[in-house]
Write a protein that binds this ligand. Structure first.
Ligand code: GDP
Length: 530
């Protein structure tokens, strides 16, 4: 099975994350361009066309100019088979980003050099650190006036609590942007105007000691560079592959995706520093990606990707072995039911295509008739196991939902349940009252907008949301508890989740503590997983 090993070894699967407008789409597009997957940037994954084709299935994305959902793209470069997982660019959807990161082996964080770490994305970037995977930073838009390089690095370290290690160093920015200095090779990669939208471009590489360099950069720039290099060598962390692999040190690169500068050198370094598919934790121990038995887990469910046919796609990350279209697999959480994955597909640049075979590291989307849940394990072979679950985030905003037209109860219940199953929202009921009143919990308020929009557009149900003041949710851990006798604070609300488990909502942390004090032995937990 040399082929199996070879195929898996050449795989690299990473998520790309950024603040909206930092240049994630442009960078992704340039990757595809270098990989030969597309011929002209903008023609495929530009705002007007491919975003349309690939991830713009939801109108709301266009209206708000943000990416709500994530999609997956595959391309080849220099013998590597690369899977890029796109993520939503707003922290209100950081739970979705977290799930996507579960399917990735590393993450690329794109930062706008003139803006640094922006408030809206702080939480988004933090989930990257929570996941402990290697994080690579690409500081983009160096062709625009950028913040001071040291300040940018400082900010990343402070905001994210992760050390940084610049692999290259920018020479100027904006109109004065001349290129980058590679710390390892001591080469200066000089940049001159490139042809936008193509991978053509004029790049010159010279040793820092080469006198010819003076033809490209001014004496002043050279002096600044020497000063900065000296400062940096003293101040910044040394490159340490082990720390990078543990997600404790982020290699930093500078460039300009729009003008192609620094993109290819980033890709080359990145592919060397990141790993082939890593083993994944299951209840029987680590699962070796090179095992001949196929296994995968569901990390994302997305409905109505194609308006023409109201489909629902379950995205799976293959964790071991090889997948063949038509093979019989076992759905562990579906009572070990045997099934064939229907219409397995992958995204190649702008196209969805049916896959014949795929390997550990790859992501496939399969048609889901409503049987899969996030975190489910799919496998073949004699050993049955379950991958460790994907945690749900505690919602921080709650609202009561009512449908405007009470005749549409059925569609409403169906819609809201399906959207909850996708993990886009969490739903609860009032304690002891049936489904009459539904309470929706979200991590970020934009999720409310998505819910309202989708119910209207996909299920034809208009809803009204009434915001609740509660911000803290706690699951009750005690099995034996008489909820009626529980004495809480006046703001406390008793609710239950869909499995009937009791929960409490509080307006503030003080009330949580007060309630624990008043009820001896009461155990509350912030997480909903058993
Ligand atoms: P996303 O929201 O992160 O996907 O950002 P986009 O890739 O759509 O880029 C947002 C805007 O910034 C677009 O108008 C891009 O043309 C522009 N942009 C992207 N990269 C660069 C860059 O390196 N330099 C400059 N000047 N503009 C860029």
């Amino acid at each position: 099975m040399a082929d199996l090993r070879k195929e898996i070894e050449r795989r690299r699967t990473f998520a790309i994350i950024s603040h909206p407008d930092a240049g994630k789409t442009t960078l992704t597009e340039k990757f595809l361009l270098y990989g030969g997957a597309i011929n002209l940037a903008g023609s495929v994954k530009g705002k007007a066309t491919a975003r349309h084709a690939v991830s713009d299935w939801m109108e709301i994305e266009k209206e708000r100019g943000i990416s709500v959902t994530s999609s997956v793209l595959q391309f080849n470069y220099d013998g590597f088979c690369i899977n890029i997982l796109d993520t939503p660019g707003h922290q209100d959807f950081s739970e979705d980003t977290y799930r996507t990161l579960m399917a990735a082996d590393s993450a690329v964080m794109v930062i706008d050099g003139s803006k640094g770490v922006e408030a809206q994305t702080r939480k988004l970037f933090k989930v990257c650190v929570m996941r402990h995977i290697p994080i690579f930073t690409f500081i983009n838009k160096m062709d625009r006036d950028a913040n001071d390089t040291f300040d940018l690095l400082d900010e990343i370290e402070k905001e994210l609590g992760i050390a940084t290690c610049p692999i290259n160093w920018p020479i100027g920015s904006g109109k004065e942007f001349k290129g980058v200095y590679d710390r390892n090779t001591r080469q200066v990669l000089l940049f001159s105007d490139t042809l936008k939208g193509t991978k053509e471009g004029h790049q010159v590489s010279l040793s820092i000691d080469d006198p010819k360099i003076d033809e490209y950069i001014t004496a002043e720039q050279k002096e600044t560079l020497f000063e900065e290099i000296e400062l940096m060598d003293g101040a910044s962390a040394e490159f340490d592959q082990e720390l990078v692999s543990k997600g404790e040190l982020s290699p930093v690169f500078f460039g300009s995706a729009l003008t192609n500068f620094g993109v290819e050198t980033f890709l080359e370094h990145f592919l060397k520093m990141t790993t082939s598919p890593l083993p994944r934790k299951a209840d029987i121990g680590l699962i070796d990606p090179f095992s001949e038995d196929f296994s995968a887990f569901v990390f994302k469910i997305q409905a109505n990707m194609n308006k023409a046919h109201r489909d629902r796609i379950a995205f799976m990350r293959i964790t071991s072995g090889r997948f063949d279209a038509g093979m019989e697999v076992i759905h562990v959480q579906g009572n070990n039911k045997k099934l064939r994955l229907s219409q397995p597909q992958q995204m190649m640049a702008q196209d969805r295509k049916i896959v014949e075979e795929a390997y550990a590291g790859d992501i496939i989307g399969v048609f889901d008739p409503g049987i899969f849940s996030i975190g489910d394990t799919i496998l073949t072979g004699n050993h049955k196991f379950q991958f460790e679950g994907i945690p749900t985030f505690a919602p921080e905003h709650f609202a009561k939902v009512r449908q405007v037209d009470t005749m549409k109860r059925k569609q409403f219940v169906k819609g809201i349940n399906q959207i909850a199953q996708e993990g886009a929202i969490q739903i609860f009921q009032e304690y002891n009252t049936g489904m009459e009143e539904i309470i929706v919990g979200v991590v970020g308020v934009l999720q409310f907008d998505v819910l309202k929009y989708r119910l209207e557009n996909e299920y034809n149900v208009e809803i009204r949301l009434e915001n609740m003041p509660h911000e803290h949710i706690r699951w009750i851990e005690n099995k034996e508890i008489d909820l009626d006798k529980l004495s809480g604070t006046s703001d406390m609300k008793k609710i239950q989740d869909l499995k009937g488990r009791p929960l409490l909502l509080f307006v503030n942390a003080w009330s949580v503590n007060m309630t624990v004090e008043r009820n001896e032995g009461l155990e509350l937990s912030e997480f909903g997983r058993e």
